[in-house]
Design a protein around this ligand. Structure first.
Ligand code: MG
Length: 255
């Protein structure tokens, strides 16, 4: 989506505020003993109570075997992204790390954000994986300036993850968002500075570094959605929807 007028900008900001609020509520409920399905039910209820629509429920990504059957993606430990909460029958346990990825449509504007949450006390490796992946998101956002290129974001994200000793999951990445769940341009989480499409004022992008504590290779489960690391290592994922403005990026899904 390209924001061209103030009313669209205000609606986008409100959409992001609402999504951030739901994600923060979910973060507080991500405790030992809760099930992925309970988090999904809560996310759907909170979104609908606000008069909005879940953006992922019923969405059919290109090449998918069926529409996505839930509101939230809940990906635990070695699951990378797109874990299906209402089919996995997963109960969260102390020490897990859990990616919560959520899309919301407000006034027809779609926003997308994700956090990876530690369940109770987690290992030092998990803490470092989370903090580095979140730092990679911040580094990518800082490069989302008019006149820069997609590769500037990609490079900043990839370098931050690799400098911390982790691997970038290369098969997945960020994307344009706003009118649809996935729009052009694709934003790899690695790349060369100064390469790729030009960034300009008004662009709405979802940036989403995805890391692995082991190797980068991933597998798609038979459910058609859940990706996991091939070597079983932990994975983390953070995402914000941003608007590129003249003076720099506005993070619309930050609380
Ligand atoms: Mg996304």
């Amino acid at each position: 989506m390209i924001v061209k007028d103030n009313r669209t900008r205000e609606n986008l900001i409100e959409a992001g505020r609402r999504l951030a609020e739901v994600l923060e509520t979910l973060r507080g409920r991500t405790v030992p003993g809760v099930t992925a399905e309970e988090l999904d039910d809560l996310a759907e209820r909170l979104i609908r109570e606000g008069g909005d629509e879940p953006a992922f429920l019923g969405y059919s990504p290109e090449g998918a075997i069926r529409p996505y059957p839930a509101t939230l993606c809940v990906s635990v430990n070695s699951e990378v992204v797109h874990g299906i909460p209402n089919e996995s029958r997963k109960t969260l346990r102390e020490g897990d790390i859990v990616s919560l990825d959520l899309g919301l449509s407000h006034e027809g504007i779609i926003v997308d954000a994700a956090i990876t949450v530690p369940v109770g006390r987690v290992s030092d490796l998990s803490k470092k994986l989370l903090s580095s992946t979140e730092a990679a998101l911040a580094a990518g956002i800082a490069k989302a300036l008019p006149g820069n290129r997609v590769g500037d974001i990609s490079h900043a994200i990839g370098e931050t993850i690799e400098r911390a000793g982790f691997a970038v999951v290369k098969d997945l990445g960020g994307h344009g968002v706003g009118d649809l769940v996935h729009e052009e341009p694709f934003i790899p989480n690695y790349g060369r500075e100064g390469s790729g499409p030009l960034l300009y004022e008004g662009m709405v992008l979802a940036l989403e570094p995805i890391s692995s504590a082991g190797k980068a290779a991933i597998l798609l489960a038979p459910d058609g959605y859940t990706y996991r690391t091939r070597d079983g290592s932990l994975s983390a994922h953070f995402e914000h929807t941003i608007l590129i403005e003249k003076d720099g990026p506005l993070v619309v899904t930050r609380q």
